[in-house]
Design a protein around this ligand. Structure first.
Ligand SMILES: Nc1ncnc2c1ncn2[C@@H]1O[C@H](COP(=O)(O)OP(=O)(O)OP(=O)(O)O)[C@@H](O)[C@H]1O
Ligand SMILES: [Mg+2]
Length: 249
């Protein structure tokens, strides 16, 4: 074999060093995006706590005060009583909305009841309200999962449910959780209008469709992957599989 000339050798070595620099940058980016996601979860937890403990408490006190005010108003002040009742209703609505926001920020149900109940609760309360049939099946009993895995699967099912609500025009949705020897998988299957995956991924960044990209990133941070299968007119199936146990920070 002919000896490669000096130029080729130095070109190859320059390329090699460029590739390793790129790999390093890639790893740094990966680590940074991991930290950003977990910092975001921490921040959400703090906001949720303060909304729940301070604002929620204040609204509850307001409702109690309005109840007391109404009880003390003489019956002949009918107009005033109606005003107080209307104000009470507004405060009650605000409290319900606050609870919904707090849940979205920090699904306490995830800590209290575990992953499957939290996913079932979120999917049912959002999809059934929109007239979409939903069923969720999962292995019984479900092993205790590391918090990063639970929160990642919960956030992924939230985005999948939101996408179904916003884009799918589905009639029914099936959520299936399964355990393999070393991984846990979540499938979200809808019978909606489906979409052209290539067109969507080409325009995702320009059009700020970041939901699916974010899901992929979350899954990859835990060493898992997302499989998306959609065809216009034939519904969508989103599957995420994460290895267990994996603890990444
Ligand atoms: N279940 C689905 N059924 C039909 N189309 C879908 C479904 N999920 C996603 N899509 C299509 O894929 C596109 C990209 O979804 P993605 O979640 O990335 O962005 P988005 O929902 O538009 O915006 P966001 O960044 O707020 O999530 C959507 O705009 C929609 O056209
Ligand atoms: Mg989305």
């Amino acid at each position: 074999m002919k000896n490669p000339d000096a130029d080729t050798v130095s070109l190859a070595s320059a390329l090699h060093s460029l590739v390793s620099q790129l790999e390093e940058r890639n790893q740094e980016l990966h680590a940074l995006s991991g930290r950003a996601i977990y910092a975001q979860e921490e921040e959400r937890k703090n906001i949720a706590r303060s909304l729940h403990d301070d604002t929620g408490q204040a609204l509850t006190m307001l409702i109690i005060s309005l109840d007391q005010l109404e009880a003390h108003l003489p019956a002949q002040h009918g107009d005033l009583i109606q005003d107080v009742q209307a104000a009470r209703q507004l405060a009650a609505n605000a409290l319900a909305e606050l609870r919904r926001i707090v849940f979205g920020l920090r699904p306490a149900i995830l800590d209290d009841l575990g992953l499957v109940s939290a996913i079932r609760w979120y999917a049912r309360s959002n999809l059934e309200a929109a007239g979409i049939h939903i069923d969720v099946d999962a292995p019984e009993p479900m092993p205790e999962l590391p918090p990063q895995i639970s929160i990642t699967l919960f956030r992924i099912s939230q985005e999948a449910v939101n996408n179904i609500l916003r884009h799918a025009a589905a009639r029914s949705v099936h959520i299936h959780i399964s355990l393999e020897a070393q991984s846990i998988c979540l499938d979200v299957i809808d019978d909606g209008r489906g979409f052209d995956m290539q067109a969507v991924s080409d325009e995702a960044l320009q059009s700020h469709h970041l939901g699916l990209l974010g899901l992929r990133e979350r899954a990859e941070l835990l060493g898992g992957e997302i499989l998306l299968d959609s065809t216009p007119g034939r519904g969508t199936c989103l599957q995420v599989c994460l290895p267990i146990p994996v603890l990444l920070r």
